[in-house]
Design a binder for this molecule. Sequence first.
Ligand code: PEP
Ligand code: MN
Length: 467
Amino acid sequence: MVRILGGGPGANPLARPKYPCAVSSEVPSLAELHARGAAQQPTYPDASAVDAAVARLRSFPPLVFAGECDELTDQLAAVSRGEAFLLQGGDCAETFEGVTADNIRNKLRVLLQMAVVLTYAASVPVVKLGRFAGQYAKPRSSDLETRDGVTLPAYRGDAVNGFEFTEASRIPDPQRLVDVYNASSATLNLVRAFTTGGYADLRQVHAWNTDFVLGSAVGSRYEALANEIDRALTFMKAIGADPDEFHRVQMHSSHEALVLEYEHAMTRIDSRTQNPYDVSGHFVWIGERTRQLDGAHVELLSRIKNPIGVKLGPTSTADDAIALAGRLNPDNTAGRLTFITRMGAAKVRDLLPPLVEKVEAAGVQVAWVTDPMHGNTYEASSGYKTRRFDDVIAEVQGFFDVHRALGTWPGGIHVELTGDDVTECVGGGEELSEADLAGRYESVCDPRLNRVQSLELAFLVAEMLRK
Ligand code: PEP
Ligand code: MN
């Protein structure tokens, strides 16, 4: 039985939110965006509560600064020129419950460890981009979820409704957008403290990698590379080099720009340049399900000045990609646009070459990044959504091979990972099996690489970068 949920007490489902305050004449209003028929939006039962949440968000200070976004654009321009490599990673879906010091620290630590390995192998700077501090809203393939004969609205991320499978929890609540802001603010605050306050010290990070290599059977395969990094660091120490970069790192934040109310309310005019920026994160991307050329997401992101990404799945044509670039980056500014391809291991070698070739031939300035996760999801016999580590590696290898053959730069990886020892993806050196998934499956959405699988991925990508 499908039950249509009503609003809370006093809710009038016929009233439309009024959305007080526009950002500026350069940015379409929320009502105008919704008039485009925005995909993947929550249906809020109470319009006045939406207005209240949006007004509250508009009054909050920015989470990131426009100047920081511009710096990231410059770094991504280097990626598009083949002079840097992007590491973007974090949860599929952050949760409010997951905003703990341990969780954030573990995620940051594994990203820093990966970045050191990749930097050494790539011999170019690694741009570090967390998939965190805002990654709370999820597009879903179905609006409804059925369990044991009960059908309720699908979980759309903590930004929208609760994961718990009850009628009350699945009602979209706009107050959650305010909670997203607060959770993102706490996360970013800790990340900024960790990355500048000594935790990211290169020698410390390298010591963690040494622990992984020497302390585990999985890691021992990568001993030679870790030893090389060790010698490079010892040499630097011997000559007395101790640059600032050894002690702090730059880490930016990113998330999928999905719920229009949140992204619009966080869009502000930069006082230096009078340009609009979405100050909810440094980098925002448009997902595979919301990249319609005339859709609300493309329209909103075409107006902001942040560096942005677009996911391109197996149905994307080169013409789609070129048209998106025209809409989103009409000035063809390097670093502004990143295409995150997610074709699947079985298809990447067939689908990526014509896409890259035609987009490049059109003169489009873009950073090419692989998401080796979303084209490789399947349901295990036990019912868990999972991914095979070997498929993830195979897609990254396909991505590298295709770009190498075309003479273009495989610019980076976008992965779903955690710093914890969860059991969500199968395979890897620890040989997690489908039967192991039940042990510690904690993701509320897609399966993530665990700590060991993430480090292995970094060492394997390092080998690809050096070839
Ligand atoms: C995601 O990144 O979690 C996601 C939903 O990806 P895509 O838009 O590529 O399906
Ligand atoms: Mn996902």
